[in-house]
Design a protein around this ligand. Structure first.
Ligand code: NDP
Ligand code: MG
Length: 388
């Protein structure tokens, strides 16, 4: 039996992972499931899957979790320390699907145990790519991409020589506002930004898709994961979300990964890797689909893409600063303190205003956490000035 843990089990990726393992319960021994606010879901899944421990990140919800688990043979725990302890429990395969930089530390702990880390939490690679890769190498642990574009690239590279790669093209649906007139974007509402045309995902990544901050994170994730240079990475708007990525080789060939927009494919690929197993995803009928379309991304509409290039040029801890500023600006939009278009302005201002010593510091978990903290504070101050 494969021992597995799921961090962020109550979220969109976590629930899709549970959907897959529930189809073959005898194959998996569930160690830890974690969530935050959704105690009822966490407890129900922990009971059903007979997990060793259920952890909520929210310390104040421990009693609620204990109540919800009454009579079950499942340990209850809460808080940041408990998340780390759960990540230290031996497991063969760990899903990293907490949203935001909060996913970084548990992921590092899982790698330190030598577990295979299925990484949906792209923020980890954006904030601390070198640290994650180094930890994986030192502990002989494997890192498997779950982000659909990166899973697609990973699959297109099987049997290929990385030296023959000329470029990596990751596609973007364009999100909720790809066809909106530019002058309407400033007044986009939370409900409008939370409505993705193709994918059913958590609210934060859905809004990040509309602003292209999600793609900006993914460009940086591509650089970190595959070790290519920034000028080898392209973004292509592809409204149908059927081609997830393409790899271009020196001989002119482009290998595309085509599949339905269903995260259970990328999750299932990481779950069964290096094998391929039957997965419950739609089989595409390309004749019925008829045509796939593509367009170049417009950096005026999506300034996040330009910011990603700046972050890659600055290197160091710029990714941690960028991500923290983005997370804070996104919360500002969700809470009604910022307009949709002001998110990119805040992130741009944080990158310009933060003391460069935070970006140039050598990368350790501590320096990443400090850069993250200072960037959040700086962003918060800018948001208050903007809103005031
Ligand atoms: P969701 O918002 O649906 O779920 C997030 C999960 O993290 C939930 O389990 C939530 O708990 C938990 N959580 C929230 N805040 C914290 C915290 N501070 N500490 C610990 N746990 C916390 O997100 P998604 O599933 O959409 O995304 C998860 C990750 O996967 C993100 O990094 C995202 O970028 C990435 N990803 C997602 C894709 C998708 O299709 N959804 C596609 C590709 C990548 P609770 O709900 O109980 O509060
Ligand atoms: Mg993606």
């Amino acid at each position: 039996m494969k021992k597995i843990s799921i961090f962020g089990a109550t979220g969109s990726i976590g629930q899709n992972t549970i959907d897959l393992i529930s189809r073959d319960p005898d194959a998996y021994d569930v160690v830890a499931l974690t969530g935050s606010s959704n105690i009822a879901q966490l407890a129900a899944d922990a009971r059903r899957l007979n997990a060793d421990v259920a952890v909520t990140a929210d310390e104040s919800r421990l009693d609620d979790l204990r109540d919800a688990l009454k009579g079950a043979q499942v340990e209850a725990a809460a808080g940041q320390r408990a998340l780390i302890d759960a990540a230290c429990r031996p497991a063969d395969w760990v899903m990293s699907a907490i949203v935001g930089a909060a996913g970084l530390q548990p992921g590092i702990c899982a790698l330190e145990q030598g577990a295979t880390l299925a990484l949906a939490n792209k923020e980890s690679l954006v904030c601390a790519g070198a640290l994650i890769l180094d930890t994986a190498a030192r502990h002989n642990a494997r890192l498997l991409p779950v982000d659909s574009e990166h899973s697609a690239v990973f699959q297109a590279l099987v049997g290929e020589d990385l030296k023959a790669v000329e470029r990596i093209v990751i596609t973007a649906s364009g999100g909720a506002f790809r066809d909106w007139p530019m002058d309407k974007l400033a007044n986009a509402t939370l409900a409008e930004a939370s409505n993705h045309p193709n994918w059913n995902m958590g609210q934060r990544i859905t809004i990040d898709s509309a602003s292209m901050f999600n793609k900006a994170l993914e460009v940086i994730e591509t650089r970190e994961y595959f070790g290519v240079s920034p000028d080898q990475i392209e973004v292509l708007v592809h409204p149908e979300s059927m081609i997830h990525a393409l790899v271009g080789f020196h001989d002119g060939a482009l290998m595309a990964h085509v599949g339905p927009p269903d995260m259970r494919h990328a999750i299932g690929y990481a779950l069964h890797w290096p094998q391929r197993r039957n997965l419950p995803v739609e089989r595409l009928d390309l004749a019925a689909i008829g045509a796939l379309t593509f367009r170049a991304p417009d950096e005026k509409r999506w300034p996040a893409l330009r910011l990603a290039r700046e972050v890659m040029a600055r290197r160091g801890l710029a990714g941690a600063v960028f991500n923290a500023a983005k997370e804070t600006a996104l919360s500002g939009f969700i809470d009604g303190h910022l307009r949709f278009t002001q998110m990119a302005e805040v992130v741009d201002a944080v990158l310009n205003q933060i003391d460069p010593s935070h970006i140039d510091a050598p990368m350790t978990l501590d320096t990443v956490m400090v850069a993250d903290h200072i960037a959040r504070q700086t962003a918060q101050t800018i948001i208050e000035q903007t809103a005031g």
